[in-house]
Design a protein around this ligand. Structure first.
Ligand code: ATP
Length: 361
């Protein structure tokens, strides 16, 4: 297992990148701790696969370094990195038995036959493949084949890290739940450094101890699921994590007061207001911390509709022409179409040009 360090790393697919927009991966410096379970989360095209391929050695970055336990691996080929990678679609040998497929990475590295047998059976047991070990892989379902791929990634005890690139895409939804749980358990048992790429927030939040959120080639936050929920470092994190996502409202700041049109909100001592304001000043508040009140008890808003999503209801309002969502407590009575909204002050965040404004009061 290894501690993975990314130092001033950036990548452009162009030969002569000129400005930031030419980079698929903007400059980043991060440490991924030894034995950590990380999810790389972000929308399509944000650079997840690019970053994963730089770590595995399939791609050499335009600038910066990749270090494993302090050793510079930037220009080392994949074989030299001792990394297991599981891709979106099964990579297995159809003509071999399930057993031989699982044994392959170990035999390739000259593990002793008894150790090969022990590991293959252990991994097969975890993935519920034991009764299929003798079968040829060829006629198995896509689900089963992808399980074998996962097994091949997990079978080696000596890897620096295991990288998963959307490995559950071809798996049916019920099996997905099971496998995700099993992967988390495997991480606990073996303590491998694991990096799991996905654009699905549920998948990321259930698998990882730390979620690395990417947006337009940038890592905008690395945090525990709680941190991403409680204190989104970027408006994108607030919007992407949570269902529905965080409300983001354009505002004007005057001293320690935020103005939403003609409506005023007092900021708390804990809210940081920098001396120089950004071009775009916004307030963020999660729908969980918005209360719908009578008009005179909050900022006056218009109730547009209520969505019932099964587990809870969401009130959709407009406040000064801006959309606001509020999660309603069970059984709550709603006022008529003119309503008020109240924001829980301790859960209100101030953003400058998308980034959370932090620092002393
Ligand atoms: P997805 O979830 O769709 O796989 P991703 O987050 O993994 O997306 P990347 O595949 O890393 O994103 O792509 C990042 C950016 O780099 C995108 O704009 C993409 O078009 C571009 N890109 C990726 N691979 C190449 C390539 N081989 N040549 C040129 N541009 C590329």
């Amino acid at each position: 297992m290894a501690r993975i360090e990314l130092k001033n790393l950036a990548h452009s697919y162009l030969d002569r990148p000129r400005d930031e927009a030419d980079y698929a991966l903007k400059e980043m410096t991060h440490v991924w701790e030894d034995g950590g379970a990380y999810a790389l989360l972000g929308p399509s095209g944000c650079g997840k696969t690019t970053l994963l391929n730089i770590i595995s050695g399939l791609l050499v970055p335009t600038q910066g370094q990749v270090l494993f336990d302090g050793r510079d691996m930037t220009r080392e080929p994949p074989e030299a990195r001792n990394i297991a990678q599981v891709f979106q679609f099964p990579v297995i040998y159809d003509s071999m038995s399930v057993y031989d497929n699982l044994a392959f990475p170990l035999r390739n590295r000259k593990f002793q036959a008894t150790e090969v047998d022990r590991r293959v059976r252990e991994v097969a047991e975890m993935l519920d493949l034991t009764d299929r070990l003798k079968r040829r892989a060829e006629n198995l379902t896509a689900d089963m084949k992808q399980k074998i791929s996962l097994g091949r990634g997990l079978v080696r005890p000596d890897v620096n890290a295991i990288l998963f690139d959307e490995p559950l895409t071809v798996i049916d939804p019920h099996m997905k739940w099971l496998l995700r749980g099993q992967l988390k358990q495997l991480h606990k048992d073996f303590n491998h450094t694991m990096v799991y790429v996905t654009h699905d927030q549920t998948e990321a939040l259930t698998f990882a101890d730390k979620v690395v959120v990417m947006y337009e080639g940038e890592v905008v936050q690395i945090g525990t699921p709680e941190e991403l929920f409680e204190k989104p470092a970027h408006t994108f994190v607030g919007y992407f994590i949570g269902s529905p996502g965080m409300n983001v409202l354009d505002c004007r700041l005057e001293g320690r007061q935020a103005w939403l049109g003609e409506h005023k909100l007092d900021l708390l001592a804990g809210h940081h207001v920098p001396a120089a304001l950004g071009d775009k000043v916004q307030l963020g508040i999660r729908p969980e911390f918005v209360t719908v009140t009578r008009p005179e008890e909050g900022l006056p808003a218009r109730l547009e509709r209520v969505d019932d999503v099964g587990r809870y209801r969401i009130a959709r309002l407009t406040l000064n022409d801006q959309a606001v969502a509020a999660i309603l407590p069970e059984g709550s009575e709603l006022p008529s179409d003119t309503a008020g909204v109240r924001f829980e002050p301790s859960h209100l965040h101030v953003y400058m040009d998308g980034h959370l404004s932090e620092g002393g009061a």
